[in-house]
Design a protein around this ligand. Sequence first.
Ligand code: TYD
Length: 212
Amino acid sequence: MKKGKIISFEGPDGAGKSTVLETLMPVLQQKYDGHVIMTREPGGVAIAEKIRHVILDVNHTSMDSKTELLLYAAARRQHLVEKILPELEKGNLVLIDRFIDSSVAYQGYGRGIAVSDVDWLNHYATDGIKPDLTLLFDVPSETGLARIQTNNEREVNRLDLEKLDMHQRVRQGYLSLASQEPKRIKIIDASQSLETVIKDTQTILETFLELS
Ligand code: TYD
């Protein structure tokens, strides 16, 4: 039985979600007496981190889209079983930097794989578990890509190197997901200053956590 909660952080590359997550983590830890964990996809556990290396290697330019989708799903399954489910079982709050919606946005809308296939595979990998809340950090693709290029600390991965039109399809994919599931997916305007984005995120998180 699932007792804890999942909150996923989603958005196009360069939206700043990881920075916001890292900034808010200590605040949430204090508020929830340490019952909060932060993790990421692809990765989060050793086997899934190895799969991450294979997927994101900039030399793997010949990777087929379906291979890519299956690898994300494989990493997700291992992460779920080894880390997410045990944390939920303990009643903890699990914050994930990317989850099922990334596969729909990137492999579905971005790569052009049928969204119904991605949905099915996500369901297979997670046994139907979905986040209780998803924060979508939305930013115009040009702004996101410019941020990636000027951020020297961030390692550039294979998906970052995709052309502007792929990034635009990913963004549109996220926005249509948010319009289909407005109760679960909350949009944050990530083109604002980092300070404002952090404040907006905190407000949504606090409202959600007080109500639940
Ligand atoms: P990462 O360096 O973690 O990027 P970010 O900081 O933007 O989250 O790399 C993850 C990349 O993998 C990112 O470009 C999005 C992509 N991705 C997918 O295409 N499908 C997925 O299912 C997931 C989880 C990530």
